[in-house]
Design a protein around this ligand. Sequence first.
Ligand code: UDP
Ligand code: MG
Length: 313
Amino acid sequence: MSKNKLISVIVSCYNEEESLPKFYTEINKVAEKMDYLDFEFIFVDDGSKDNTLKIIKKLRTDDKRVKFVSFSRNFGKEAAMLAGLEHSKGDYITLMDADLQDPPSLLPEMYHIIVHEEYDIVATRRVTRKGEPIIRSFFARMFYKIINKMSKVEMVDGARDYRLMTRQVVDSILTLKEYNRYSKGLFSFVGFNTKWLEYENIERVAGETKWSFYKLFKYAIEGIVAFTTAPLSIAAFLGLIMCLIAFISIIVIIIKTIAFGDPVGGWPSTVCIVLFVGGIELFCMGIIGQYLAKTYLETKKRPIYIVKEREED
Ligand code: UDP
Ligand code: MG
């Protein structure tokens, strides 16, 4: 038995048949370089519809460091990362994408920092969004501005899920049992000393992104609902302002009626007011609805993922 420390590389894969072999070659090169560590590669097949699982199994037959968990359907990347973390045994744990957008070649540097500089987490953030649609970048920036104003938990713009963590950090993350998982927030929530490495955006090697604009939008709302209740306060505040405006208007109308009589008129303004107030009411109800919906999902305590298959020992 070797006494090397074990490092778990967790890779979530959804329809990554094209990227996987390339990824494996790369990570293998890095593992060879870091021969002072033992590696385990945990591939989480998130219900892929292509040959991803077959490829993973083939890798497994040739290399026993390869482990896998395969879901019964697509549960999303958050679920895949959780499954990977739960199945990992390493002293150090890293999360990576299969598309090589998270360069495995950074790993030796990350490991060096964690071991020699007393950090618990080395995380990465991309400083550019090269190759991304301009509108998407714009909304992403807006999202980070807004959520950081509202939430106490800091969300770093451009932060990727690619990170190296100690066992202690991963164990803390695993104590957070919530159903609606927004990992970027969960990682910040647990704290610990984090060092950020920056790099330029790298485009994926093959295949295409699974994130549509709509999916990203929903994900953003999830992040906000999961990490701040500020929108609820905003709704309450809006209600208060509306009451104040109504109160002032009532006084103005009473005085006007006493002074100038009561000529009929002003129905267009009435319609505008009714629509405006109705709109604000619905908007606030929508906000409350979001929180209620998330609470509803949490109370059901459904499993976050369902495993169909994993490697035999
Ligand atoms: N992924 C996943 N489940 C999903 C969507 C994506 O496991 O439902 C994986 C995907 O295979 C990849 C990583 O998550 O390894 C990042 O996905 P993608 O490259 O599509 O996202 P982007 O890099 O464009 O943000
Ligand atoms: Mg990608």
